[in-house]
Write a protein that binds this ligand. Structure first.
Ligand code: PDD
Length: 283
């Protein structure tokens, strides 16, 4: 079955699906995106993702290409046409196509692209064995709260992680505090059992998984501190983990080659991974 994409109003096989060579997403990374997990053919936390999409669009002053209801229909239709049961939906909105000029074009229509693909459920080994993380300087711009497609710093960081045999790279800001991973939010559990993650200001993406997990943490009555942490604190933490729509909660067992805690997935990370799905909204 050939994969089907939604591109600027049409459902097309991937080989026929294309955007204009002067699309501003291509020329300026002038666009935003969302990745939504699909479980049992249904979207996980779609409402929250679409709300964040609207915010990202608003911050960049890109008009919404479709209303919420129509966009929801397109997302479900792309999932259906691709026969996706477990996987993801990717959606991207750019400012549209126009002759290359940095300032906003007067008359561009936003481009909407939606794709979906099957994937295996997150590899259980990642949860059972945990992952290795390296650290890199955070060289990104100062509006990481916007889910922009300008991901080159993240791409370089993830590649560095891969080349060092690690799964993720945690980015560290100029005062030595961890911001987030290249495609995940970063968390530690301190020696006295407090779960810690950085406040969602302009320096990180307000992850949807992060938001849902805050509810789980509150419900389980875990001690929680929303504050920045340093790598020294992370090296001596009892546990560490990452979150994202595609990885859910995944324990970190090595940081820069040193074991985290006893070098095995921590109890809290493992419990949060297990309980996460009870709190996600499936639509
Ligand atoms: N990444 N931080 C960054 C920089 C991200 O790119 C992501 C998501 C997250 C986690 O956000 P959420 O829980 O909403 O997925 C944090 C997606 C999955 C990606 O780019 O593929």
């Amino acid at each position: 079955m050939s994969r089907i994409a939604y591109v600027a109003g049409q459902y097309l096989p991937h080989r026929q699906a294309a955007v204009h060579i002067e699309d501003r997403g291509f020329q300026f990374a002038d666009g935003v995106y969302e990745v939504i997990s699909v479980v049992g053919g249904r979207l996980v936390d779609a409402e929250r993702h679409l709300k964040r999409l609207k915010r990202s669009l608003g911050e960049l002053r890109i008009p919404a290409p479709l209303g919420d209801a129509a966009l929801g229909i397109v997302l479900h239709e792309v999932i259906r046409r691709n026969g996706v049961d477990t996987g993801i939906v990717y959606l991207q909105v750019t400012r549209g196509a126009a002759p290359r000029e940095h300032a906003f074009p007067k008359a561009a229509k936003p481009t909407l692209v939606v794709t979906s693909r099957r994937s295996r459920p997150p590899d259980p080994r990642l949860g059972d064995d945990g992952i290795a993380v390296i650290t890199i300087p955070d060289i990104r711009w100062q509006r990481c709260d916007i889910k922009s497609v300008a991901l080159i710093a993240n791409v370089l960081g993830k590649q560095q992680a891969r080349e060092k045999g690690a799964y993720e790279a945690w980015q560290v800001d100029q005062v030595g505090q961890v911001t987030e991973g290249t495609s995940t939010n970063a968390w530690i559990v301190t020696c006295d059992g407090a779960v810690v993650t950085r406040p969602a200001d302009f320096g990180i993406l307000r992850g949807i998984t992060r938001t849902v997990l805050l509810d789980v943490i509150a419900e389980q009555g875990l001690k929680f501190e929303e504050r920045p942490f340093t790598m020294d604190e992370a090296y001596t933490a009892r546990e560490a983990f990452i979150t994202s729509a595609t990885q859910f909660v995944t324990p970190v067992v090595r940081l820069d080659g040193r074991p985290v805690g006893n070098g095995a997935p921590g109890l809290i990370a493992t419990a949060l991974r297990r309980d996460f799905h009870d709190h996600a909204e499936i639509a």
